[in-house]
Design a protein around this ligand. Structure first.
Ligand SMILES: *[C@@H]1O[C@H](CO)[C@@H](O)[C@H](O)[C@H]1NC(C)=O
Ligand SMILES: *[C@@H]1O[C@H](CO)[C@@H](O)[C@H](O)[C@H]1NC(C)=O
Ligand SMILES: *[C@@H]1O[C@H](CO)[C@@H](O)[C@H](O)[C@H]1NC(C)=O
Length: 487
């Protein structure tokens, strides 16, 4: 969200900067009929007030060349409304819809461009009447008190759609009063209860703010992902960050990892999933402890061991939280350090023998209970084609990723814009267990993705998994990809 704020500031500076370009304004606009530069149609007021046409282009040097990065570039580019001809391309709908268009009766009355409408959602403009009567299943609940308190079913894009106020069409009792109805259904769905009214109010306020973030993520989504009120929707960003724990700054100055050997000549299959080969344990839950790095590590070692020794063990993260002195337990760590710690300690115990409790404790590792060990590690290149090849031959890959799209991820192929998910800010450890390609239902767009195991329980995401776009380094998925080597 920080990035968004910065970006907005840049755009407003840009807008005012364009008003003070006296060098250009004094020249005026060339009129091909009179063959003169004409001041009266020029300058501050005339300039850019009407759509650029080819005849106007190129004069005074304006728009003779592509806009410089400094003016528009990066994620700020194309944030201002384009002319018709430019709209509807991939850039269409990149910026959040202006508030006045959304959430009111005007919402979705205009057809969406290409980006939206995947998987059937919003393929055609909603019309007030058909929206109310055709899309909902049971007519008797419509418009009544229960209406919209429950998450919508498939057609409505899961939790995200309809969270804005329907001021006129709906609205009995507390329905949709600034997300209150949605908040109550969220509480019910996730079995939430708050100790008193003050806490309830506080959580509702956070939820309300979070739904704005959901809206920004959804409006800028380039894949098929849905964002909505997940079980983390009542957490502040600070609270949410406690469930991460990937610390790139803990990377040692001299790495002990070797470069992974990529089978370059290999023709990797179109899709691959290690879960189908019995080398991935069920999804675990790190709780409110920044131990993602430990789960990412055990997931990788579990896979390495299972592939090599035909025996799938569920391994102990708590041992790493308590005993890996290079990393910092619930305050975070790195798989790279953890591989080495396992080798030094003399192995990993089983989950059952050294169970997880999500708190920093005294180390009580018992070497005679260690079931697996590690004797090295490899670093994969930031090349997703190479990563896929290596994965099919060697097993699941431990990664660091930017978690910005995760708090509200409901499902689908997540492909956020860079400015919402900086690939250089890795803060969460996860495990790639496979990959595939999704083809969108109507437009048949190809969406290559990674299948990524998370450690937030199986009631998050797609049964505990995240699918993220594969091929352009989305959210830094390729930046710190590693694996243990087991003897
Ligand atoms: C819901 O939460 C309450 C109190 O936190 C708990 O006692 C109950 O078992 C939970 N129910 C379910 C279905 O999780
Ligand atoms: C370590 O585990 C072994 C095997 O279960 C057991 O006999 C021994 O008492 C344990 N040692 C400690 C210090 O707990
Ligand atoms: C790891 O163990 C394997 C099998 O014992 C051995 O071949 C390999 O050389 C070892 N690697 C390191 C770095 O010790």
């Amino acid at each position: 969200m920080k990035a968004l704020v910065v970006f907005c500031v840049v755009v407003s500076c840009l807008a005012s900067a364009q008003l003070v370009r006296p060098d250009k304004m004094r020249l005026g606009v060339y009129n091909p009929d009179t063959k003169h530069y004409e001041k009266q149609t020029l300058g501050q007021d005339g300039h850019d007030q009407q759509p650029h046409r080819p005849a106007l282009l190129g004069q005074d040097g304006h728009d003779q060349q592509p806009h410089e990065q400094a003016l528009l570039g990066g994620d700020g580019h194309d944030q201002r409304p384009h002319e018709q001809a430019l709209l509807g391309g991939d850039n269409h709908d990149l910026r959040p819809h202006g508030q006045p268009l959304l959430g009111q009766d005007g919402h979705d009355q205009r057809p969406h461009g290409k980006i939206l409408g995947q998987d059937g959602h919003d393929q055609q403009p909603h019309k007030q009447k058909s929206h109310k009567h055709n899309k909902h299943k049971a007519r008797k609940v419509l418009g009544g008190d229960n209406h919209d308190r429950r998450a919508h079913k498939k057609l409505f894009g899961q939790g995200n759609h309809d969270y804005k106020k329907h001021v006129k069409v709906f609205g009995g009792d507390d329905h949709d009063m600034g997300h209150m109805g949605m908040f109550k259904s969220f509480m019910k769905q996730h079995n939430k209860s708050y100790k008193n009214k003050a806490e309830f109010k506080k959580r509702f306020k956070i939820f309300h703010q979070n739904m704005k973030k959901v809206h920004i993520l959804q409006q800028n989504e380039r894949g098929t992902a849905k964002y909505g009120p997940t079980k983390f929707a009542d957490l502040t960003e600070r609270e949410f960050r406690k469930m991460l724990g990937f610390q790139p700054h803990m990377k040692p100055a001299t790495s002990s990892m070797e470069p992974a050997v990529i089978p370059e000549d290999l023709e990797a299959p179109v899709s691959f999933d290690w879960r189908k080969h019995g080398v991935v344990t069920p999804v675990k839950n790190q709780g409110m402890c920044g131990s993602c790095w430990a789960f990412s590590t055990t997931g990788n070692v579990e896979g390495q061991w299972a592939i090599k020794h035909k025996q799938l063990y569920s391994l102990s993260e708590q041992e790493l939280v308590d005993c890996d002195a290079t990393d910092d337990g619930c305050n975070g760590g790195l798989p790279e350090n953890a591989y080495e710690a396992i080798a030094k300690l003399g192995g990993l115990e089983l989950e059952d023998d050294y169970p997880y409790d999500g708190e920093d404790e005294q180390c009580h590792f018992n070497r005679s209970l260690a079931k697996v060990t590690v004797n090295g590690s490899v670093e994969l290149p930031a090349d997703e084609v190479a990563m896929a090849k290596w994965l099919t031959q060697n097993g699941p890959i431990s990664i660091g990723i930017n978690a910005n799209a995760l708090q509200f991820y409901v499902g689908g192929v997540s492909h956020p814009l860079k400015f919402l998910c900086n690939p250089e800010s890795l803060d969460h450890g996860m495990l790639i267990v496979g990959y595939g390609v999704h083809t969108t239902k109507y437009l048949h767009r190809k969406q290559p993705f990674w299948i990524v195991k998370n450690s937030w329980g199986d009631d998050w995401g797609e049964q505990g998994y995240y699918r993220v776009y594969r091929g352009d380094g989305t959210c830094g998925v390729d930046q710190m990809a590693t694996s243990a080597i087991v003897p």
